[in-house]
Write a protein that binds this ligand. Structure first.
Ligand SMILES: [Zn+2]
Length: 413
């Protein structure tokens, strides 16, 4: 009689392995054993039937307080954000702010619950989720996302970002609201310095965020240079501040779309600074016509991940929290289509994304926390082709209840 485990996955194909299938045993929340054939029994047995088993998916950027709000406004913001080479991105953010006049934790919680249940169904088990904090949204978004974080604890790990979407200097009272959000239990300090009216204000915005990060011992996430303006330099500002504060490896740069307009010599210097500050970049090439220079960043050795960014809001009309779908879109938009490049993209929604948001011990290895997806397809290329939901998802060593998640993800009648 062999050992007993919580779960045994039989006949799994692992990434990069040419020969043979593996069994994976899970016990006490962790991967207990990986071997060609595990003697013993799981309380739950899953037949992977030669399907690919990997680490679960990670989403480093999601505006979770705004999901499903597109129906609540007209589509002017979408046009402003995407049109004219993103020259009017700031106006889009101002138009999108209209929805916040009706911000209420009750409906935001319901919307966010649907989106996180969709994430669970798609094996997307770690999310860095931004909640707007400003004079209109107040703390309603933060309240809602903290409630949803607690509701999904053990299934989907949500990092709540207290995010100053409408600016700090141009939006008086935001610093105090951000501080209150951190007191309430938000996990990450979120800024958007490029939206300020002057470079001096942008620098002050960055300093305020790092002051809060130090006070609450929190990581920083900032949306940077998110417009078609080659003069924007807030990524550089954030990286310099991270070094000055000893916050290397704790500040994440989002969007950085203006980077695609930078001259090469400046881009080269910037990449050097990012490595020194250990600032990773999240790109969401499907949510805007411009995007960070992902291939060049990878070549320079900068850590890069992909985010879902939006689900049916003023900036993007689609999205299902399906990171394989995000990879599928990115493969086209970035023209990364060889086996090696698609494999790289897969890292950018799994292991590299986990590193970018400081998720500890995230790997498919004995002893690591068991966050796994069992896919129907035998390899990464086929998985990305179909971008279908996994056949089974294991979170914290427990099988995700797909019927329950399907129920929670359903659009209310
Ligand atoms: Zn965004």
């Amino acid at each position: 009689m062999g050992e007993s485990f919580d779960i045994v996955i039989r006949g799994a194909k692992l990434r990069g392995e040419d020969a043979g299938l593996r069994d994976i045993a899970v016990a006490d929340g962790r991967i207990a054993r990986i071997a060609p054939a595990i003697d013993g029994k799981g309380a739950q047995e899953i037949d992977a039937a030669g399907g690919l088993v990997t680490e679960s998916f990670v989403n480093t950027h999601l505006h979770l307080c705004k999901v499903w709000t597109l129906d609540m406004m007209h589509e002017g913001a979408l046009q402003a954000y995407h049109g004219g080479s993103m020259g009017k991105a700031m106006s889009a953010i101002e138009q999108a702010a209209v929805v916040k006049e009706n911000y209420d934790a009750a409906w935001i919680t319901e919307n966010a619950r649907r989106a996180v249940a969709l994430a669970a169904l798609h094996g997307n088990l770690h999310i860095r989720a931004l909640a707007d904090v400003d004079s209109k949204a107040k703390l309603e978004g933060v309240k809602a996302l903290i409630a949803v974080r607690e509701e999904f604890r053990g299934i989907v790990d949500v990092q709540v970002v207290a995010f100053a979407q409408d600016g700090i200097i141009r939006e008086p009272g935001t610093t105090e609201l951000m501080e209150a959000a951190m007191e309430m239990g938000a996990d990450v300090v979120g800024g958007i310095p490029w939206i300020e009216f002057t470079d001096a204000d942008a620098a002050e915005h960055v300093r305020i965020c790092f002051d809060l990060a130090r006070k609450f011992d929190a990581d920083v996430s900032m949306l940077l240079d998110d417009a078609g303006d080659p003069g924007l330099r807030t990524l550089e500002m954030m990286a310099k501040e991270a070094i000055a504060r000893g916050w290397e490896g704790r500040a994440l740069g989002h969007h950085c779309r203006a980077m695609c307009l930078y001259p090469d010599p400046y881009f080269g210097r910037l990449a050097g600074l990012l490595k020194k500050a250990r600032v990773p970049i999240v790109s969401d090439p499907h949510t805007g016509p411009l995007h960070a220079r992902v291939k060049d960043l990878l070549e320079e050795g900068v850590l890069v991940s992909l985010g879902q960014d939006d689900i049916s809001d003023a900036y993007y009309p689609f999205g299902r929290n399906n990171m394989l779908e995000v990879v599928f879109l990115a493969a086209h938009l970035l023209w990364m289509t060889t086996r090696e490049e698609v494999s790289r993209l897969y890292d950018m929604v799994t292991v590299d994304a986990a590193k970018s948001m400081n998720v500890d011990g995230f790997e498919l290895a004995e002893g690591a926390p068991a966050h796994l997806v069992v896919l129907a397809e035998p390899d990464v290329m086929e998985a990305v082709r179909n971008h279908a939901a996994p056949r089974a998802v294991v979170s914290h060593g427990t099988l995700v209840d797909q019927d329950e998640m399907t129920r929670l993800a359903a659009r209310p009648a």
